[in-house]
Design a protein around this ligand. Structure first.
Ligand code: NAD
Length: 487
């Protein structure tokens, strides 16, 4: 394990910079404020505004008022505005990426990748149309299905890909004619405040609102009667609460937790597959819903695979994300750091640690990339979602057995199968229970490919035309061509 001890300082100083919420077209301070912690140091580097219930209420009501006019704008009006947002994001790429790295901790190249992905997703949605579909046209009748906007969308964002997630919810929401209230995670608020700066003079007042959260405003927002839909990304536990909140029938799309398995078949090229699985298992320091979290390897290749994965974990460069040499950053926040420490304890108790296993002795929330072998499936490290850079390698003998074990989870977000015989690997993939199953890759997402979870990993999809349709209701126009006909 190589430790990078010398962070390269940011070229932007945020200590005097003021970040604002966006409510009803105005950039506003919060009712209170909170420090934003750099997880690479554990120290505050900026201050973020925090809304109280009165401001959150005003944001919802402003979005409801704005919906009246926004839903009547043309497709061309909306695409024009969305393209201007894309251009402004591109213009501010270096600054946005640095803010992401400072508040999230991820390596700067990955933060830049998040900004680029946000623009790609935005432009993808901007290329789509929601034209009416003619279901029937005959002498008797004409039946059309129109897609209508829902009203106010509440976007609840986690902290692991904060800017990207905000933009890939904002773009389809606005394109479909909805207005939006964005609630960033309490520990990564600043990127959303930059979105507020970018859009405030491009959209009519109230169309986009951004409210700061000190950790308490989420339930108030998701229960608010003006909210027509909640687009939620986060844990399964909170997703259940969001679904049950309020007294109105809300649309929800829930992108929740995952406990993705990788099944390595006995014809796999172990050095090549171990390298790829390493990248997908530890990406974002193990804090991705679609990280590989359980790795099943055939008994004939188990020792070779474990040795190779441990070798890769030991040579990983870990340190502050602003230093471009670093491949992995810290855990995102103090609670995550504690989660990781707990997981290290479970790993030592339940399995054999062959790489890592320790907290890194330096400021900030750093732990070593950790590989565990000879661990039982009943260990919480395997049975539950481990949102930290600690990964288990499990041995299997028989393909039917490993399919059953991989499916033995309440989660169903992603899985992957790895092998040289692609046909055989695909046959196994078809039997795994998840929204996506990859063959010889993992966590590859694309703007035009629907993404969502089965079982307790979610409800509905994001991305693709299906993801756009989730921001609409259907409205059937049934025209009887013969007056007073019963048809
Ligand atoms: P979290 O559920 O704790 O928080 C997610 C968001 O919900 C945050 O903005 C938080 O402030 C808000 N929130 C918390 N309690 C709330 C409540 N009662 N009502 C409304 N909002 C509330 O999740 P997290 O720890 O920020 O993120 C990690 C989790 O997110 C992991 O389980 C991960 O798998 C999941 N995740 C899923 C996807 C996906 O696409 N499926 C993507 C990223 C992360």
């Amino acid at each position: 394990m190589t430790l990078q001890m010398d962070p390269v300082r940011t070229s932007i100083d945020l200590s005097d910079r003021s970040f604002k919420q966006l409510i009803d077209g105005r950039l506003l301070d919060g009712a209170s404020s909170q420090p934003v912690i750099d997880p690479a140091t554990g120290e505050a580097f900026a201050v973020a505004p925090v809304a109280n219930e009165s401001q959150a209420n005003e944001a919802c009501l402003a979005a409801a008022r704005a919906f009246v006019g926004w839903q009547k704008t043309t497709h061309g009006d909306r695409t024009h505005i969305l393209e201007q947002i894309a251009v402004r994001i591109e213009d501010r790429r270096p600054e946005i990426a640095q803010i992401i790295t400072l508040e999230n901790g991820k390596p700067i190249a990955e933060a830049e990748g998040d900004v680029d992905a946000a623009v790609t997703w935005l432009r993808y949605f901007n290329s789509l149309r929601l034209d009416p579909e003619v279901l029937r046209e005959d002498d008797e009748s004409r039946i059309e299905v129109h897609r209508t906007p829902l009203g106010v969308v509440l976007a609840i964002i986690p902290w692991n890909f904060p800017f990207f997630q905000t933009i890939y919810k904002l773009a389809p929401a606005l394109l479909a004619g909805n207005t939006i209230v964005i609630k960033p995670a309490p520990t990564t608020p600043l990127n959303a405040m930059v979105v507020a700066e970018i859009v405030h003079d491009l959209v009519p007042a109230g169309v986009v609102n951004v409210v700061g959260d000190g950790g308490e405003i989420g339930p108030f927002l998701s229960a608010h009667p003006a909210i027509a839909k909640v687009s939620f990304t986060g844990s399964t536990a909170v997703g259940r609460k969001v679904m049950a909140s309020g007294d109105t029938v809300k649309r929800v799309v829930l992108e929740l937790g995952g406990n993705d398995a990788a099944v390595v078949l006995d014809d796999a090229d172990i050095p090549a597959v171990a390298q790829r699985i390493f990248e997908k298992a530890f990406w974002n320091t193990g804090q991705v819903c679609i990280n590989i979290k359980r790795i099943y390897v055939h008994a004939s290749q188990y020792d070779e695979f474990c040795t190779e994965l441990a070798r890769l974990a030991k040579k990983a460069k870990i340190g502050p994300g602003l230093n471009r040499d670093n491949e992995f950053g810290p855990l995102q926040n103090a609670r995550q750091f504690q989660t990781a420490k707990n997981a290290l304890g479970i790993a030592a108790r339940d399995g054999k640690i062959i790489a890592g296993g320790n907290v890194i002795d330096r400021p900030g929330y750093f732990v070593e990339l950790t590989v565990v072998r000879d661990i039982e499936e009943t260990s919480p490290l395997v049975a539950e979602e481990t949102f930290a850079p600690i990964r288990s390698v499990l041995k299997y003998d028989d393909v039917d057995e490993v399919i059953e074990r991989a499916n033995r989870t309440d989660y169903g977000l992603g899985n992957s199968v790895w092998g040289s015989d692609v046909g055989r690997a695909t046959t196994v993939a078809r039997q795994l229970e998840s929204g996506t199953v990859w063959v010889n890759t993992h966590s590859a997402v694309a703007p035009d490919v629907p993404f969502g979870g089965r079982k307790q990993s979610g409800l509905g999809v994001e991305f693709g035309i299906d993801g756009l349709l989730e921001f609409t209701d259907s409205s059937v126009i049934h025209i009887a061509k013969k007056a007073y006909s019963d048809n």
